[in-house]
Design a protein around this ligand. Structure first.
Ligand code: SF4
Length: 163
């Protein structure tokens, strides 16, 4: 991807053209490969988009032009998954009031004793060679950011050589 962008810049394409191309690429990938939709007409007339990617106006417009319809983007597009999980949790809690629930959320008094060690490592699994930031917490949990795809995420943590 990076090399294609550099090539386009060398060929004189404007930033706007390249940005538009990337936006269409994101949308087409989502529709064809993630959602596996062959005919955009099957999406219906009232479409709501969600996910942080849709905070990007260019991606939103590329989606509208691709499906040929105006779509609704909630102002909490990037938080819709969390809201959905919160609603599901509330629903499950209310249906199973007789159960005992144990929260795994760190307690307020424990937060004072949390120690975080930050280190950096290159993923090295593709040409992007993302610089990963590894936050290692004193309770043994780790959080990785800086990855541009799932391969560099926590799932693959053990396979990465992190000091
Ligand atoms: S995190 Fe993904 S995009 Fe980044 S270097 Fe690793 S494999 Fe490549």
């Amino acid at each position: 991807m990076n090399s294609k962008i550099k090539q386009s810049q060398k060929e004189g394409y404007s930033v706007g053209d390249i940005s538009a191309g990337l936006s269409y690429s994101v949308v087409k990938n989502a529709i064809q490969k993630v959602m596996k939709v062959r005919d955009v007409e099957t999406l219906g007339d009232h479409i709501v988009v969600q996910g942080g990617t849709f905070y990007n106006d260019a991606v939103l417009r590329a989606f509208e032009l691709t499906v040929g319809k105006e779509v609704t983007r909630p102002n909490i597009a990037g938080l819709m998954g969390a809201y959905g999980m919160a609603l599901l949790s509330k629903e499950q809690y209310e249906v199973n009031m007789d159960m005992t629930y144990v929260s795994t959320i760190t307690k307020l008094e424990e937060l004072d004793n949390v120690d975080v060690k930050v280190s950096h490592v290159r993923c090295g699994r593709c040409e992007n060679n993302c610089l990963l930031t590894v936050n290692a917490f004193s309770n043994g949990k780790k959080f990785i950011s800086g990855n541009r795809c799932e391969r560099g995420s926590r799932k693959c943590y053990r396979k990465l050589k992190i000091a």
